[in-house]
Design a protein around this ligand. Structure first.
Ligand SMILES: [Zn+2]
Ligand SMILES: [Zn+2]
Length: 281
């Protein structure tokens, strides 16, 4: 499968000279599976550019848009997603593990006074789906869902395609102060041997005291998880909006050195807007 990053930031878009290399758009990852099925993980501000790219390719396939949860940085780009305004397009909005909240909240942001075009004016056929029993089959792919440790809840996803596997786990605190929805050992089990893991790595160790319980992981915890789950490739994701390019360069270096020492079969990357991966490589 082919994976491309369109938005890698957490919390709020952060454009500017200090973030221009890694990118300032919020969470959005595009996956074209081995059977050609299309998946998008989250509709942060990065989805605007992805929408333009998809329309330029004039693909007529269904788009499966999976949400980790409905915080702004994961839904805010949807009203600017061009395929939603194409009448030959079907878009499936999917989510799991969000009790009493369905994907309506993605459409409900398109109301006065927040946005000029109401969602009933979208030309695409928009279908709301939920993933029951934590498992769903789309084409030749199986999607597994797991509850996130995050305020308000949410879902992680593991996608098994015919040739490889990937997982999208963002807005997840691996060691929260309260009882977790998913324990550390359950994460290790869920992510075991995955080819390509995208995981929340928002904070540095020294930021822990202030931010413990906010629903995000330390970079060091994410590295440990990848080593324990024997992940083949790890991408550090959902960067703090104030993290500069130079700091991310440094994080890449120290993380790669750590992994080389603790589990050398895993390659570590820092998520960068526009970067593409073929899985398995
Ligand atoms: Zn977020
Ligand atoms: Zn969140």
């Amino acid at each position: 499968m082919q994976i491309k990053f369109y938005g890698v930031r957490g919390s709020i878009a952060s454009p500017g000279p200090e973030t221009v290399r890694y990118g300032g758009n919020t969470s959005c990852v595009f996956v074209e599976a081995d059977d050609g099925s299309l998946f998008i993980f989250d509709a942060g501000t990065g989805i605007r550019k992805l929408g333009e790219d998809l329309v330029a390719q004039s693909l007529s396939k269904d788009i499966n848009l999976l949400f980790s949860h409905y915080h702004w940085d994961h839904i805010q780009g949807f009203p600017f997603f061009l395929p939603a305004y194409q009448d030959n397009q079907q878009i499936n909005l999917l989510a799991a593990h969000l009790k009493d909240v369905n994907a309506h909240s993605v459409l409900n942001q398109m109301t006065n006074p927040h946005f000029p075009v109401p969602s009933d004016k979208l030309d695409a056929k928009v279908v709301l789906l939920s993933i029951n029993n934590s498992k769903l089959k789309i084409g030749d792919n199986t999607i597994y869902a797991k509850p996130l440790n995050h305020p308000g809840g949410g879902s992680a996803y593991r996608l098994e395609s015919s040739l490889g596997s990937m997982a999208y786990v963002t807005d997840n605190e691996l060691e929260p102060p309260q009882k977790p929805a998913t324990s550390y050992l359950e994460w290790v089990e869920f992510l075991k041997d995955v080819d390509f893991l995208i995981h929340d790595a928002m904070y540095l160790d020294e930021e822990q005291d202030e931010k413990h319980g906010w629903g995000h992981s330390l970079i060091s915890q994410t590295l440990q998880l990848a080593a324990d789950a024997k992940v083949k490739n790890l991408v550090l994701f959902h960067h703090d909006p104030s993290r500069t390019d130079d700091q991310l360069d440094e994080i890449a270096k120290t993380s790669q050195t750590w992994m080389q020492k603790h589990y050398s079969k895993c390659q570590v990357f820092v998520a960068k807007e526009g970067s593409e991966f073929l899985v398995p490589a």
